[in-house]
Write a protein of this length. Structure first.
Length: 437
């Protein structure tokens, strides 16, 4: 099938590349000419393992292309996916849908024949209704069916998630939309993958609910970790003990500095706002948002406490700046609040991240950046492990201890076993785990 993908950011580029890998003919469209030129030159605008190889292969084989020309791109297409950003709107926290609505109007104006317009962006309930109104008012002379097909991609594992998903959700209001989406996803359906067809509003709600629930689990185990700190229990053992219960499951039960990224923060906030708008407040999610925001800065205070209660005039090294490993995404990363708390307390901060430094430079202009983990640690009065990149899981702790001006290691991801760091003379602080006597 011929598909046009409007937006060549994270969701659009990954989806377009994977669709082309299924054998479809895909063109990714973006208004940003510099981004399109970079893609045509083989340069990826994001870091995602395996993406560059898939893009290069399908460009070479003629199934994937890039363009700024919407009219040409959708000519002959059977489906157009809208995969533009829906950031939190300044002032009220609602999802900013202006890019979605603008794209819908542009597609309708450029359409030359029947199309299925599919919203891939994460949007609040009812957005598809407004998209349908826009396209039909813009082009009443052409059959334009509107569907919702939310994505469930984890940054750092997006290719695997797209090609081997738990399910595909499609919100449709017409038989034609159902047929087109069934044909697009046939390569996955042939393997017995569940394809869940629901009404459009239900699909939109599924996406928000799917993001809110893991956020609830993350925040729950983080608060349990605080209680473990206070009582002497071990949060990792607690997580294992409850995670083996099949009603609960083990995923998202890893204590840490709070969730971040492009999805959980904005989507939980948007869900809260939707609940308020419909007079059906989601008190649990409201609390999750509040607790998560507070936790990130609390991790800065945890580092300060580990340094004896004051970091004024001291240098603190942070290992890992992105919100999670295997991505360069700095959006809502815990490191942002941690750095600010340390700077406010009079510390100097030095950071290192395997992929996120370029993104971090514009967001953290007041810190120093190092070229490696050991360069970051050298001469610092404490080191905090903020993001659990693989290269931080087997640091030479003896070497780290010698490089530090003061032997303090704050492990905000519980990467190292309790007791291991102490053997190298390090004062070790983790989350929700008692120190060995």
């Amino acid at each position: 099938m011929r598909i046009a993908m409007i937006g060549s950011g994270y969701v659009g580029l990954v989806s377009g590349a994977c669709f082309s890998d299924f054998g479809h003919s895909v063109v990714c469209v973006d208004r940003d000419r510099s981004k399109i030129e970079a893609l045509e030159a083989g340069e990826m605008p994001i870091y995602e393992p395996g993406l560059k190889q898939i893009v290069e292969r399908n460009v070479r084989d003629g199934r994937l292309s890039f363009s700024t020309d919407l009219q040409t791109s959708i000519d002959g297409a059977e489906a157009v996916f809208i995969a533009v950003g829906t950031p939190s709107r300044r002032g009220d926290g609602h999802a900013d849908l202006s890019y979605v609505y603008s794209a819908a109007a542009d597609v309708a104006r450029a359409a030359t024949g029947p199309l299925v317009v599919v919203t891939k962006s994460t949007v609040p309930v009812g957005t598809g209704d407004e998209v349908e109104r826009i396209v039909r008012e813009t082009r009443p002379d052409i059959q334009l069916d509107v569907a919702s097909n939310p994505e469930f991609l984890r940054e750092g594992a997006a290719i695997e998630d797209f090609k081997h998903p738990d399910r595909i959700v499609a919100g449709v209001e017409s038989e034609r939309a159902r047929e087109v989406l069934s044909a697009i996803y046939r390569p996955l359906a042939l393997n017995g993958l569940p394809m869940v067809f629901v009404e459009r509003r239900t699909a939109e709600m599924i996406k928000y609910a799917a993001n809110a629930f893991p956020a609830v689990k993350i925040t729950f185990i983080n608060e349990i970790a605080d209680l473990c700190d206070a009582t002497g229990a071990n949060v990792q053992d607690v997580a294992r003990g409850i995670g083996l219960d099949r009603r609960i499951g083990s995923k998202f039960l890893h204590a840490g500095p709070g969730y971040g990224g492009s999805c959980f923060p904005k989507d939980t906030l948007a869900l809260v706002k939707t609940g308020q708008d419909y007079a059906a407040p989601l008190r649990i999610v409201e609390t999750v948002v509040s607790v998560n925001d507070q936790r990130k800065r609390a991790m800065g205070r945890k580092i300060i406490a580990a340094c004896g209660g004051s970091v004024r005039g001291k240098t603190i090294a942070l290992l890992g700046l992105t919100f999670k490993p295997n991505t360069d995404d700095m959006r809502e990363a815990p490191s942002l609040a941690i750095v600010q708390a340390l700077l406010d307390a009079g510390a100097s901060v030095r950071g290192y991240d395997p992929e996120g430094i370029e993104q971090a430079k514009s967001l953290l202009p007041d810190i120093e950046f190092a070229a490696s983990a050991y360069d970051c640690v050298k001469g610092a009065h404490a080191v905090a492990l903020v993001t659990e990149w693989d290269e931080f899981r087997a640091l030479d702790l003896g070497h780290v201890s010698k490089l530090l001006a003061e032997p303090v290691l704050v492990d905000l991801r519980n990467v190292y076993p309790v007791g291991e760091a102490e053997r190298y003379g390090l004062r070790y602080v983790s989350i929700g785990r008692p120190r060995q006597s």
